[in-house]
Design a binder for this molecule. Structure first.
Ligand code: F0G
Length: 366
């Protein structure tokens, strides 16, 4: 009988802080494809895979953390969750709240959320609060709300979120047989790079400064090593490159339009302890990488996701990619969430023809 993936909690229960009798709120997240991309291999002189996180139930990696965070809330008396978001967290929180019978409030930067993500929050019945400010303002408000009112915060400052997200590193090791040499991913609020680093360390039987609990440290190691962590930010929203918060972050990759990342210390530890780096790329490089992934790899990702690949290509141009290295790029979210940016804000108007073979042949130039 075919094996049905059971979601990250059931698949990795022994490495997650969840009790045998705790509720599990899942949409079957995780188990996403790790797709080799020979085109990227040729361009970098390495072996490159993309971890396609857009294949998660709500179309981004956030679902891995949300199954943990919402399951945890479901075990309490709290009936409402809140998050700040650049779009994907809100889409995921709204969907998982539906599964748990919770209500969901999302605090969003007005006018800066891709249409698909906004649609997700709306169809899942979340209450939207649009703020005349950026993500960092929204997170401050969401934190304050959770502190003063009976609502649970499900941003990645909630430690259960990173616990769930670390399972992506487990999946990479399970697929490749060991950790890759290098893992590249986009960095916004910096939760995901921290979660991967935690996951890789736990799977290699090492403890780490970023580990928020020690559930897995007693288990036998699965990996023999950990990768270098390479983080990529958008040039207009690159606080780690600048070494200080950015007051007015700006980028076409709205998902990572963040100036004051919450997981600052964890991300710096991931970068430094792994011997990696965090660099930035321009919006043009991001859009080029998005187009390359779509046209030559066959994977349609949103702009923020393409930042990882843009960063890898830039590193190759700067001769920073070791020959033959095994490299995984996380592509974090689905391209369908933001079709307007992918199409350069032009509408798709294919030529309309008569319903005949001849007309089709003529249109195709055959
Ligand atoms: N890629 C996508 C598609 C994202 O949505 C995010 C973050 C990131 C990368 C960066 O990950 O924050 O862990 O460093 N999106 C958050 C949100 C902020 O609200 O959906 P990070």
């Amino acid at each position: 009988m075919a094996h049905q993936w059971r979601g990250v909690i059931e698949e990795y229960r022994d490495r997650l802080p969840i009790g045998a009798d705790d509720p599990v709120v899942t949409l079957g997240e995780g188990g996403t494809p790790l797709v080799e991309a020979p085109v990227l291999g040729e361009r970098t002189g390495a072996r490159v895979w993309v971890k396609v996180e857009g294949a998660n139930p709500t179309g981004s990696f956030k679902d891995r953390g949300m199954t943990m965070a919402i399951s945890n809330v479901a075990a309490t008396d709290t009936r409402m969750v809140v998050c700040a978001s650049t779009g994907n967290t809100s889409a995921s929180a709204a969907a998982y709240a539906v599964r748990a019978g919770l209500s969901c409030a999302v605090v969003l930067p007005a006018g800066k959320i891709a249409a698909g993500k906004l649609a997700q929050a709306i169809v899942h019945g979340a209450t939207l609060v649009a703020v005349d400010g950026n993500f960092d303002d929204c997170l401050r408000i969401a934190r304050d709300l959770a502190e003063a009112y009976p609502v649970a915060l499900v941003n990645s400052v909630n430690p259960y979120r990173l616990q769930g997200q670390k399972t992506a590193a487990f999946e990479v090791v399970d697929a490749l047989g060991d950790a890759p040499d290098i893992h590249v991913l986009p960095v916004g609020n910096a939760g995901n790079i921290s979660a991967y680093w935690m996951g890789y360390n736990e799977y290699a039987g090492r403890t780490t400064a970023s580990s928020v609990d020690d559930t897995a440290t007693r288990l036998a190691p699965v990996a023999t090593r950990v990768p270098q962590m390479w983080g990529v930010q958008a040039e207009g929203a690159a606080p780690f490159v600048k070494g200080a918060p950015v007051e007015h972050p700006e980028t076409v990759a709205t998902a990572i339009r963040i100036g004051n990342p919450a997981s600052w210390d964890y991300a710096v530890a991931a970068r430094d302890d792994s011997g990696g780096w965090i660099d930035s790329v321009t919006d043009a490089q991001i859009l080029d990488a998005q187009a390359l992934l779509a046209a030559e790899v066959g994977v349609f990702v949103e702009p923020a996701s393409a930042a990882s690949v843009a960063g890898l290509l830039q590193a190759a141009e700067h001769h920073k990619v070791p020959a033959g290295a095994r490299i995984v790029c996380t592509v974090t979210g689905n391209g369908l969430k933001d079709t307007a940016t992918a199409l350069g804000h032009t509408s798709v108007e294919p030529e309309v023809i008569a319903p005949t073979l001849e007309a089709a042949v003529a249109a195709l130039g055959l």
